[in-house]
Design a protein around this ligand. Sequence first.
Ligand SMILES: NC(=O)c1ccc[n+]([C@@H]2O[C@H](COP(=O)([O-])OP(=O)(O)OC[C@H]3O[C@@H](n4cnc5c(N)ncnc54)[C@H](OP(=O)(O)O)[C@@H]3O)[C@@H](O)[C@H]2O)c1
Length: 326
Amino acid sequence: MAQTARQIRLARHGTPDVLELVDTTLAPPGPGEVLLRHTAIGVNFIDTYHRSGLYPLLLPSGLGQEAAGEVLAVGEGVVEFQPGDRVAYAGGTPGSYASHRVMPAARLVPVPAEVPDEIAAATLLRGMTAQYLLKRTFKVEPGMTVLIHAAAGGVGQIACQWARKLGATVIGTVGSSAKAQLAAPWCDHVLDYSQPGWVESVRLFTHGQGVPVVYDGVGADTFDGSLDCLALRGTMVSFGNASGAVPPFSPALLSSKGSLFLTRPTLGHYTATREELVDTAADYFTTVIRGDVVASVDQRYPLADAAQAHRDLEARRTTGSTLLLP
Ligand SMILES: NC(=O)c1ccc[n+]([C@@H]2O[C@H](COP(=O)([O-])OP(=O)(O)OC[C@H]3O[C@@H](n4cnc5c(N)ncnc54)[C@H](OP(=O)(O)O)[C@@H]3O)[C@@H](O)[C@H]2O)c1
């Protein structure tokens, strides 16, 4: 039987006002596909890049990368999931801002009984991102001091706690004194990068040495300062553009700043195989179940108010993770 769904559609790129709520009818799941009823939908910064056109989409398009929910029906050949299963996903073709969705079964992961749907939906993408950044892009070892930007944000909150659990000393940056208070419990040292002097503070904190790695999801505004915080042969992990894309520069800059390494990773490339996806999600869920990482859902909006969620995220009014409720 055909399933009706409410979904957010994007007919053109632009400000949050371009987001429209529409009714649609879904075809039954085809071979290898699963019909889902979403119970909660994650809002990520990348959704704003898709909406604005910083990362252009083929239009018209759905929006959103992440959700949790219940399997309603499975298509031919799907053996890993059955109706009634609790599942989540993060990444792939945008379209999670919807009440129901047909998804490839290969993109889904099971949600353990101990993890609530809201946590899975709001934090799987950020949690898997923290997993690959800290354990695979640049491996955090006990005794290291690491710098993580936007420490009160969604990825930041998770990455800071996890890096500490791995034995690192964490310097976190934030954009206001209110966010500094919020991030204090999961950082050893919090700096406000809206004020001058944060690079010098990192240097002082590390006795002039600099840090072996910077995890930078802020982009344009912090890029140069981040390079100046690095130790000789340190690694710059530039994984996002919350303040805008990093402008082009000469590779010679990396040489003059200390033979630095630079990488611009993305989650899809670290969860490219089924095994990588399942293992990365399982590792994140295990840290949540153990209590090593406590991820908070600090904002909830009805699906119809997706535009407001985007306005708040882009205006830096959010902390932790953000949900849409279908
Ligand atoms: N490459 C990947 O695989 C991957 C995966 C997930 C996320 N990301 C990236 O990671 C970053 C964090 O993602 P998130 O979803 O967890 O977002 P978030 O950290 O919850 O929100 C972004 C934060 O960035 C800070 N920021 C600094 N300058 C900003 C500006 N001009 N405009 C807006 N925000 C600014 C703000 O914190 P302050 O107010 O404290 O400055 C803001 O709250 C994003 O860049 C995202 O694209 C990358």
